[in-house]
Design a protein around this ligand. Structure first.
Ligand code: UTP
Length: 320
């Protein structure tokens, strides 16, 4: 049941209810990662040995969201199978007594109560979220983009849930980016909210030019949304890129004064971007207790080779 805490600036007279459900949109075309994403969703690309989307579901589960709805597209099967039991594989590993791999295979199916829905046409992130309406019902819910990875040591989602519990309305995650990168993101106009790391969002614009951007606060892929967003999405016309933009619907809610932003300055990776994907894999591999020590040693040698202009033994061979 909901925590009966009086909201700070409640848009409605009802108390804020506890968020129980997460929606993970994973129906985009992933064109930046072609041809790898021709037959595989980008959300299934491995970060070391786990698909990116598993980290995202783990993050939702760690924040107490035990009900996860995947919004999938053409490649539904791969995602559905990954979060299901694989009986033949489990039996084979069990017969070999390989309990470590058996647990790794079973983990993804045990993380949460996982549901799937098809978006059909990828008409935009806003449309993907609207597809979740029937499953979510009249409750606040979280949205975690399936290709946007927050480092597992961060507590961003829990902070956002806490702000929602105290202030009601919707909460978005914001990250300061260099001005020359703001055109790649949704951008928020903000004012102080009287709390460290929290701002009131007064306006939102999708991928503005540097000149038109109201700030350098970029919207990143975590949201805690009031169900009021569904009515707004129903009437949101296609916007930038011909897509139904979640940012456009949030702009309407922000104009009504019901959107807050939690400012994040931790580690976040856009695994749908090739360069960021590579950085993610390297970072995560370095942090792994089983692979890290050997991989870091190799990496140091490799980087030293690059610093020598490619004349170090490893660096020269691999950078060629
Ligand atoms: P992106 O804009 O990163 O996804 O959407 P994309 O269109 O697949 O990527 P590129 O630019 O072609 O490479 C952010 C998130 O929203 C989902 C994507 O799967 C991703 O997780 N999304 C986007 C949907 O679920 N449906 C859509 O119609 C669009």
């Amino acid at each position: 049941m909901g925590r009966m805490i009086a909201p700070h600036s409640a848009p409605r007279s009802v108390p804020a209810r506890t968020v129980r459900k997460a929606v993970v949109p994973a129906a985009g075309l992933g064109t930046r990662f072609l041809p790898a994403t021709k037959a595989t969703p980008k959300e299934m690309l491995p970060i070391v040995d786990k698909p990116a989307i598993q980290y995202v579901v783990e993050e939702a589960a760690a924040a107490g969201l035990g009900d996860v709805l995947m919004v999938t597209g053409r490649h539904k099967r791969a995602i559905e199978d990954h979060f299901d039991h694989a009986l033949e594989l489990e039996q084979a590993l069990s017969a070999k007594g390989d309990t470590v791999r058996l647990d790794a295979v079973r983990d993804s199916a045990r993380l949460a109560d996982i549901h799937h829905i098809r978006q059909g046409d990828p008409l935009g992130l806003g449309h993907a979220v609207l597809c979740a309406r029937r499953h979510v019902g009249d409750e606040p819910f979280a949205v975690l983009l399936g290709d946007d990875l927050i480092d597992p040591r961060e507590t961003l989602l829990s902070r956002m849930l806490d702000v929602r519990a105290r202030r009601a309305g919707s909460v978005i995650a914001l990250m300061e980016v260099p001005p020359e990168q703001i055109h790649l993101y949704g951008c928020a106009a903000v004012e102080p909210a009287g709390e460290d790391g929290v701002v009131r969002v007064t306006g939102l614009v999708e991928k503005p030019s540097r000149r038109d951007a109201p700030s350098t606060y970029a919207v990143i892929g975590r949201y805690v949304l009031d169900p009021a967003v569904f009515d707004v999405l129903e009437r949101t016309p296609p916007g930038r890129g011909g897509e139904i933009q979640l940012t456009d619907a949030l702009q309407e809610l922000a104009a009504g004064g019901t959107v807050h932003g939690v400012v994040f300055d931790g580690l976040r990776y856009d695994t749908g971007d090739k360069a960021d994907y590579l950085r993610t894999v390297v970072r995560m591999a370095c942090d792994r207790p089983d692979l890290g020590p050997e991989f870091r040693a190799w990496l140091k040698e490799f980087v030293a080779g690059l610093a020598d202009g490619g004349t170090g033994a490893e660096g020269e061979r691999l950078a060629a």
